[in-house]
Design a protein around this ligand. Sequence first.
Ligand code: M6R
Length: 367
Amino acid sequence: EKGGYDHFMLKEIHEQPKAYRDTMRGRISEDGRSVQLPELKITPEQLKKINRVHIVACGTALHAGLVGKNVIESLVRVPVETDVASEYRYRSPIITPETLVIVVSQSGETADTLAALREAQRCGARVLAITNVVGSSVAREADDVIITLAGPEIAVASTKAYSSQLIAFFLFGTYWAQTVGSQDEENVAYLLAAMQSLPEQVEHILAQAETIKSVAESISHHSSLFFIGRGIDYAIAMEGSLKLKEISYIHSEAYAAGELKHGTLALIEEGTPVIALLTQEDLYEKMISNIKETKARGANVLGIVNEGNEVEVAKSVDRHFAIPRTLPLLTPALSVIPLQLLSYYASLALRHDVDKPRNLAKSVTVE
Ligand code: M6R
């Protein structure tokens, strides 16, 4: 049942190229120039009227939503807020008939996410669900549904469901942009071509799992570490940190790199591991100066960089891992892979129950 892998989590990490292909299949036109989402009931006219988006979810699904915010805001230029589902309905969110609420849930059964969906509908919003389970409560109650085709996810730590949610956001963001004309045809074709290269690029990263394994073994001796990034890399830092805590029980924090010096830098001492994401080239120089701030206090830094920048980045970090080049907006679908492997191998080195971490359940049906 684990298909030759030691754990479901490792199997599911390796299933990501397939999950990406399955989630894109049939949704990109044969000429590669447009997205088709016939499952959506929202009409182009209704979509054109949407002037505000709330993305609501829990845990890893929320982290996919943070990437979704970047995707929608940059492709469509409509303002997007993301909310923790357990907080959403208690803050009297401003919902109008022109608000689109997007709920994200692998299982489609998370109690807080379902409650947020109901509250949004009660206030008159249209709800789009991104979920992995056909027939789940969220899928049944939402007005529109985009199913991720990651296949069943057994490990408590979400991997392929998360990354397929990213693909769903890329598809939906591009569809919306093409519908309202906020991106020209060439840009859309360019985005879609880059998306279609992602599965192969993930395979390339997975082939280098051993490199990550050795980093994971060295961090497993530490009791605390930091993930830092800027822009969309900050969202990935959060996901990397959650995954590590969840299955290795090592405490970590994700920080917007520029925010470290406003307090948290005090925690960096000789040998503290820092995982720095540097996939956004317009923020590269700023990241390097933030890395230097940590190194001056003794941090041991692993840099996740784009291929081609290795030589340059090697001057400022202790170790680095390169991911294949893609468009800046699509990097999360690649940069998350080494972080998933890092938490998997750290948990393994510490001999924890990788697939069933303590205190946690796969589906959280209490509020
Ligand atoms: O089924 P859902 O996507 O609604 O679950 C939400 C969270 O409980 C879930 O993503 C959780 O954070 C994962 N175990 C993290 O790996």
